[in-house]
Design a protein around this ligand. Structure first.
Ligand code: NAP
Length: 239
């Protein structure tokens, strides 16, 4: 039977690659996007297994509507990939309440909200796989990215707690914590800065979106991994 996957933030970067790879493998992929309509439409044209859906995942009503419509159409969501996220670099002393709310809502509340909307369907079928995309910065902290790091650490906490709560319902929950991956999120860095980062990475190179998509694929196929934070980072962070 066809497996239904919901990938949040799939118009660009890591989410887009995950959507493409899973669609190629035969999954029916609901590719969520918010602002990048053109990119999302191109993605849909590339593969008949991809269906795009616009929703701001930091807003409960939009998430609820998206999830209900997907379930009405396909009857289920087998796999949820909470990937959508935004970053911001600011001194801690400059961060405003508005920055805090924007970063937490888009990076952490969104994961809480989408997961809560999807879970009743998974629970009723006693089956499910949830993969949250966090970050190495949630594990070790990033200077000038405190709120981002807080949000990502929060995602990993949610992953571990939910894995314990949902294990007996046959729902696995894991995080993938990427290191530096070549996407728009890092486009503010100069070539020189990227070179310097590469020198700090034991494998000597920055990551590609496919590196994360491969891990997603493995976590979907695996049956005995839950509550783990798997960091794909070329050895940049080893703990
Ligand atoms: P990206 O290229 O900037 O893409 C971000 C994606 O998230 C876009 O598709 C964007 O959609 C979507 N998005 C953001 N806010 C959204 C919202 N409120 N509702 C729906 N979609 C939303 O970033 P990326 O590098 O692929 O990052 C993907 C995930 O990996 C993020 O969670 C990020 O924190 C994490 N990560 C990335 C790196 C890295 O080095 N790149 C490292 C560690 C972790 P629209 O453009 O359509 O709004």
């Amino acid at each position: 039977m066809e497996k239904i996957v919901l990938v949040t933030g799939a118009s660009r970067g890591i989410g887009r690659k995950i959507a493409k790879e899973l669609a190629q493998k035969g999954y029916k992929v609901i590719a969520n996007y918010n602002k990048s309509r053109e990119e999302a439409e191109k993605l849909q044209q590339e593969n008949k297994n991809i269906e795009i859906y616009k929703a701001d995942v930091s807003k409960r009503e939009e998430v609820s509507k998206m999830v209900q419509e997907v379930i009405k159409k396909y009857g289920k969501i087998d796999i949820l990939i909470n990937n959508a996220g935004i970053s911001q670099e600011k001194l801690f002393t400059d961060v405003t309440d508005e920055d805090w709310n924007t970063m937490i809502n888009n990076n952490l509340y969104s994961v809480f909200c989408v997961t809560q909307e999807v879970l009743p369907n998974m629970l009723s079928r006693k089956q499910g796989c949830i993969i949250n995309i966090s970050s190495i910065w949630g594990m070790v902290g990033a200077s000038c990215e405190t709120i981002y790091s807080v949000a990502k650490a929060g995602i990993d906490g949610m992953t571990k707690s939910l894995a314990k709560e949902l294990g007996l319902s046959n729902i696995r929950v894991n995080s993938i914590a990427p290191g530096y991956i070549d996407t728009d999120m890092n486009k503010n860095l100069t070539e020189q800065e990227v070179k310097e980062i590469e020198q700090e990475i034991p494998l000597g190179k920055i990551g590609k979106t496919i590196d994360i998509a491969k891990c997603v694929n493995w976590l979907i196929e695996d049956e005995y991994t839950t509550g783990q934070v798997i960091s794909i980072n070329g050895g940049w962070v080893i703990i």
